[in-house]
Each structure stands twice: as structure tokens, then as C-alpha cells.
Design a binder for this molecule. Structure first.
Ligand code: NA7
Length: 530
């Protein structure tokens, strides 16, 4: 027997939790969550060293003044357990838990055009009929596991970093192999190395990383933020990455080498990747400007890593700094000075298969007890593509997006009425601070739903023409930034065979928000309401 509700929210991560709170004020909502607990990214990614790379005074909710005044972050950059604790606190404080069904994976959704209702099915057998669906499924939630053969033959243990066991993993005395050196791999490796008998890192592309400078929260800093929260939250939304910073006026080419060095040194120690990439006004848009910063970062690597050959293998040379997300680390490069750490270049000799005893590359076999795949995500589209979503006329979303996602403003895709995405494809996603921009997007969706109801309508969709105009905007802004010169999850080139071009909008959050608001203000331009 089907049950009914107004709105189904998929995912109880940070955006999903806020969606329950915001939409639950005036609607019946049911949230379906695959995990056993709340927190999304910060529920799943419990690998050692998992930590946010944006200051927590910013990377937190702003919707409730009492919450932001009363909550205390113990460190500048919060570790996963603190973020998970915060998500749980919010779920309890705003009484959200009663609306969440845990351990419930959505498997199929079908739109009934005769009633303008979605039928949502789960692996547990739920069948829910609702008017709207809000997919808060996360941009980085579907793990990417490259299809190396003979995985089942390996007699040791294999873990993906985003499916880390709650009880942890004991690395003591073990031969550990880690594949992947992105933000995740760089955070996990130094902690694993400190415990393991030996750690072998399999690196395909070296990452640029800067020191996090994490430290206990200073009371004065916290007081200052709490005294100014309301203003700062507003200001954040006017910044490219929804994170506070001063905008530089100066080109890197307009200063002496000494001035350049001094500015970059200061930015390097600023604890913010955004601040380094925006230390001058042309680093993210001019390849020559970017090269100067990339060389500055490579010099840092060479100054830390004692073995010159290892240092050179760790130096990224094939793409611009900031082209992939700049990593933030706690002792990553210094880790290579340990005797129990070996770096293997799998760009030179790729991994070909698992074996009974470990991993084989084209030129050697590595005996291992535990293999960690820090190989990232089928990002942005993966979570939705893994659900069978049938829109009008039986069109299936995964088929529609086979050559890449098409959306209007990242919030809807044509043929799937009343289905809204938070941090969907072609939104700024991780290019902007995701809790604050997630709140903004949930409010935007709530306003659209409320507008529909106010006007006595039951259906909102978008059109292929509107999608084309958004694709043109996404494409146009992507031509300006150095992201186009790097293969990453931003442009779907992190996974062999994945199609789709730019998955995220790199024109900055303020422009994104302005275009979203303008569409609604101009009588829902690009949307079709009925
Ligand atoms: P990333 O940044 O996508 O990194 C994944 C890493 O795994 C990266 O070093 C990849 O090398 C490596 N990888 C992926 N597939 C392979 C294969 N087939 N062989 C060898 N190495 C491979 O994911 P993260 O989880 O680190 O970070 C994701 C986001 O989380 C990050 O951007 C932040 O926003 C937070 P590659 O570079 O593709 O050569």
C-alpha cells in the first residue's frame, strides 16, 4: 500500500537536514537516507584525518542565530567526528530525526503525469507518493572504484575511504597500499603511515597541497565571528567561493619577484586554499600567472621532501595549480621522509590487477595486507544516475544524461517535473562553501514550491531550450578559468569513459545566485508551470 506525503527529501546530509527543517515548516516531508545516521559526507567519510578544508566558523549553518551563537568548534578546521556531532546536534535540536528513515536507499522514482505525483520506491519496500522530490544526494557521494580485475582474488582487506568501517581499521604492523592522492588520500596517508608497518602510495597524478595550519580555536577569533555572524553570512554570499576574503586588485605580473614571493608566502600560510588562489587577480585565469604560483608550490615540495627523486615525482607538472581542487594537508610531504613510506608512480607503470597477495602494476607486484582506495567519486551525477528515475513519457534520467548532464540552473532537468536538485550538476558545488550555498539553494527551491502552491499550480518543469542556455553559460565561464586545463571530477575527466564536460559552474556563487533569482523574478523564465 502506498503512503502519501507532500515532499520526499533524499539524503540527510547537511543540505537534506536543512531541507527537512525549511520545507517541514509547512509541509509533510519524509527524508530517505541510505546511512544509519545523519551527516552525509561527514557520516560516510570517517577515514583517519578526514577534516574540512574551510574554516568551520564559515562551514556551518547560518539559518538559526541561536545555533551559531551557542555552538562551539574546538578547532579551526573541524575533523569528521566534530562535523558528525554537529549534524546530530542539529537533527535533535530541530526535531528532524522523526522525519528521517535511515538505512533506506531510494532505488526507483516514477513521475505520474496524470496526477503530477512522484512515486518513490526504496530497497526496503517503501512506496511513497508525493508532490515534490528534493534530491539532496550530494555531489561527492557515489564512490568511484576503478574496475581493476581480480579484486575478489585479493586475500587481504580492501576499503574505499568513503565506506570506512565505524569501528576503524587497525593498521599496526601491516603492509598497507593506498591508491589515490587527492584531498582524501593526502589527509589519510600521514595518519596511516604513523601506524602501519609499511605504507606504499600508488600515485597517478601528484596533487598540489598546502599546509592546513589547523589549530585549536582561539577564543578571540570565535568571539569576533559570533559578534558579526549575521553580516558575515551575507557577505559570504557575495564572494566567489561563498567564503570571506579580500579581493586582490593586482596582477602577479605587476610586482617584483620579491613582492610576489612575500605575497605568496603570506597566502601559503593563510590556511585557505581560496586565499592562495586569489592572492593575485589573475592566478585562476592566466596560465602564465598560474605557472609562477605552481613553481612556488613545487619549491615548497622540494624544500620538504629530502629524497630529490621522490620530491620530483611529487611535483605536479601537467596541470595548473587550482585546476584540480587544491588540497590542504597535515604533514603530507614530510611523511615521505619516513623510512616506512614508499611512493610508486602508477602514471609511469599503471596498476593492472589485484593479485592474491596485493597489487600488480605493469612492472612489479606489491605484496600488501590492506588496500585503501582513495580513488574519489563518480561525482555530481553518480548518486542520481544510480537511482532509476523515470520522468514524463518514460524517459530515464541516466539515459538522458548518458552523454553528460543537462540542467537548468542546476536545479531541474527537463522532463522530470517537480524534482529539484541541491548541489546538482552545473551548480558551483564544491567551488563554493557547500553548507551555506546548500542552505541558499534549499531556500530557492522552497520559494519555487511555495510560489507554485500560492498560484494554485501543481507542476513545474524546465525546457531543453532553457537547458541549452544554461549549458552555454556553464561553458562560457569555464573558458575563463584554468580548471579547463586539468582532468578532474569538475569536468568528468576523473573517470575513464565518463562523459559530460563541466559538471560544475565555475562562474562563482554570486553570479550563479543572481541568474537563479533573475529567472524567478522574470516570471519564472526558463521554467514551465502548470
Ligand atoms: P579525487 O580528488 O578525485 O582524487 C582521487 C584520486 O584517486 C586521484 O589521485 C586519482 O588520480 C586517483 N585515481 C582515481 N582513479 C585511479 C586509477 N584508475 N588509477 C590510479 N589512481 C586513480 O577524490 P578525493 O576523494 O581525494 O577528493 C574529492 C573531493 O573531496 C575533493 O575535491 C574535495 O572537494 C573533497 P588522478 O588525479 O585521477 O590521476
Amino acid at each position: 500500500m502506498a503512503e502519501t506525503t507532500d515532499i520526499v527529501i533524499i539524503g540527510a546530509g547537511f543540505s537534506g537536514l536543512y531541507a527537512i527543517h525549511r520545507l517541514g515548516r509547512e509541509h509533510d516531508v519524509i527524508c530517505l537516507e541510505a546511512g544509519e545516521g545523519v551527516g552525509g559526507t561527514w557520516y560516510w567519510n570517517r577515514y583517519p584525518g578526514a577534516r574540512v578544508d574551510i574554516e568551520s566558523v564559515e562551514y556551518s549553518y547560518g539559518f538559526d542565530e541561536a545555533l551559531q551563537q551557542e555552538w562551539t568548534w574546538p578547532e579551526f578546521f573541524s575533523a569528521q567526528p566534530d562535523l558528525e556531532r554537529y549534524a546530530n546536534h542539529v537533527a535533535d535540536r530541530f526535531d528532524l530525526r522523526r522525519r528521517i528513515r535511515f538505512s533506506t536507499t531510494v532505488t526507483q522514482m516514477t513521475f505520474d503525469a496524470s496526477t503530477d505525483r512522484w512515486h518513490v520506491h526504496t530497497a526496503r519496500g517503501d512506496h511513497i507518493v508525493c508532490r515534490h522530490v528534493v534530491a539532496a544526494t550530494g555531489a561527492l557521494s557515489a564512490p568511484n572504484t576503478p574496475p581493476w580485475p581480480d579484486r575478489d582474488k585479493f586475500r587481504g582487506e580492501i576499503y574505499h575511504t568513503t565506506e570506512w568501517p565505524r569501528e576503524g581499521i587497525d593498521f599496526t604492523g601491516k603492509r598497507v597500499g593506498q591508491i589515490g592522492t587527492g584531498s582524501t588520500g593526502i589527509q589519510a596517508a600521514p595518519i596511516i603511515a604513523a601506524q602501519a608497518g609499511h605504507l606504499t602510495i600508488f600515485q597517478r597524478t601528484p596533487a598540489f597541497s598546502m599546509p592546513s595550519g589547523n589549530r585549536p580555536m582561539e577564543q578571540e577569533h570565535e568571539r569576533d565571528w559570533k559578534a558579526n555572524y549575521a553580516d558575515r553570512r551575507k557577505q559570504m554570499l557575495t564572494m566567489y567561493g561563498a567564503s570571506l576574503m579580500t579581493r586582490p586588485e593586482r596582477s602577479i605580473h605587476d610586482c617584483t619577484p620579491e613582492e610576489r614571493h612575500e605575497t605568496l608566502e603570506k597566502a601559503w600560510n593563510s590556511k585557505s586554499a581560496f586565499k592562495l588562489m586569489l592572492a593575485f587577480n589573475d592566478i585562476m585565469i592566466d596560465r602564465a600567472a598560474n605557472d609562477l604560483v605552481a613553481e612556488f608550490a613545487r619549491e615548497k615540495i622540494r624544500s620538504i621532501v629530502k629524497d630529490p627523486q621522490v620530491a620530483e615525482t611529487l611535483c605536479p607538472k601537467t596541470y595548473p595549480i587550482g585546476g584540480k581542487r587544491l588540497c590542504i594537508d597535515n604533514g603530507y610531504y614530510d611523511m615521505y621522509n619516513r623510512d616506512n613510506v614508499t611512493l610508486v608512480d602508477v602514471a609511469a607503470a599503471p596498476i593492472v590487477a589485484f593479485t592474491e597477495n596485493g597489487l600488480r602494476t605493469t612492472d612489479a607486484e606489491y605484496p600488501l595486507d590492506i588496500i585503501i582506495t582513495a580513488t574519489g567519486f563518480d561525482a555530481v551525477t553518480g548518486a542520481l544516475a544510480r537511482i532509476r528515475i523515470e520522468g514524463v513519457d518514460g524517459i530515464v534520467m541516466a539515459d538522458k544524461w548518458a552523454d553528460g548532464p543537462t540542467t537548468y540552473l542546476g536545479v531541474m532537468t527537463a522532463g522530470f517535473p517537480n524534482l529539484f536538485m541541491v548541489h546538482g550538476p552545473q551548480t558551483p558545488a564544491a567551488q563554493a562553501q557547500m553548507i551555506t550555498t546548500g542552505e541558499w539553494q534549499v531556500n530557492y527551491i522552497a520559494n519555487i514550491i511555495e510560489g507554485l502552491e500560492r498560484d494554485g499550480l501543481t507542476r513545474i518543469d524546465t525546457t531543453p531550450t532553457a537547458e541549452q542556455s544554461w549549458a552555454a553559460e556553464v561553458d562560457a565561464v569555464s573558458q575563463y578559468t584554468v580548471h579547463r586545463f586539468a582532468d578532474s571530477w569538475y569536468n568528468a575527466r576523473n573517470i575513464e569513459g565518463k562523459k559530460g564536460g563541466f559538471m560544475i559552474y565555475v562562474g562563482g556563487f554570486p553570479r550563479f545566485a543572481e541568474l537563479c533569482e533573475a529567472a524567478v523574478e522574470q516570471d519564472y523564465a526558463g521554467f514551465v508551470r502548470a
